[in-house]
Design a protein around this ligand. Sequence first.
Ligand code: TXA
Ligand code: MG
Length: 342
Amino acid sequence: MAHPAVQEPTNMEIFRAAEILRSGGLVAFPTETVYGLGANALHEPAVARVFDVKGRPRFDPLIVHVADRTWISRLAAEWPPQAQQLADRFWPGPLTLVLPKTSLVPDLVTAGCSTVALRIPDHPVAQALLRAAELPVAAPSANPFGRISPTTAVHVRDQLGDRIDLILDGGPCRVGVESTVLHLTPAGPVVLRPGGITVEELEDLIGTVQVIDATSDESPSAGLLAPGTLPSHYAPRTPLILQSETALLPFERGGAGARRENPSVPTPRLGLLAFHTASDPARFTCIEVLSSTSDLREAAANFFAALRRLDAAGLDLIIAEVFPDVGLGRALNDRLRRAVHG
Ligand code: TXA
Ligand code: MG
């Protein structure tokens, strides 16, 4: 895969980025999941800029990132034993915990919710930045609202470059899908968004967790629990459908013969986003195979960049294979279903 050269930021750059955050500016930074667009979470004007730059509706709350657990008691009003267990196992890492908030957290960050989403990222650059800034940092993924999440600094530059103060380059993101958002409700743990920590890993540690299907209209509690988990998200500009939804497309049903009879009908340019093998490759102008060894981790790490390349290829339609609904496959299927809605 072609990735831009990795240039670890110097201490001076980290220091400058921390200064920008402290003075109310916006810094895009790498995490192990995707790149984040960070602002001082305790400074409402800076947080407001994040919403504006992303074009994000203000009813969609932001995740607050901290370097370590020393901030937690100032941000979360409760710290149940399950939170402790989960943090011991999965922090730093791609797990976000939703807990009752303290009054220190501005309402703008949580979109008026009485809860706050907290995460300790596992990326050396994110860690260095959070330590240098000595602040909690509110950071959504660094993409325009509803679009494909960035997994390299170049992705961020292409989409938001001139609208933010600094981009720290930490190379391609290791995990490649966003964190798992887990709400620890009094009625039990609820996964609001599947992500980098799998449901299986969570259940091994704390027993059964409920999983909200935010893409289903039949999930009446979803809107309540996950204010920002909209069905339409992660969308390429090119229309995308799932392979399970189609054997042959309407314009293919006539076959090559039909096109020979009417050569003025142009052949549509199809792209394929495949998990491990490209079946029927002759149908496609462009093919992205995510993991030739059927490794869901590798597929997740490649997912958004591959979707971006297909989106840039001038295709009429992208056909995406559905992943096995286990492990990281759930997070990938969730992103695919939302890309369809887009
Ligand atoms: O991996 C990630 O989580 C990345 C990196 C940058 O850390 N961030 C990220 O942020 O994906 P964003 O804003 O794209 O997604 C945050 C998700 C949204 O679905 C939002 O609704 C949910 O977290 N969320 C945030 N605060 C919440 C709260 N108080 N209650 C319920 N859901 C919340
Ligand atoms: Mg996002």
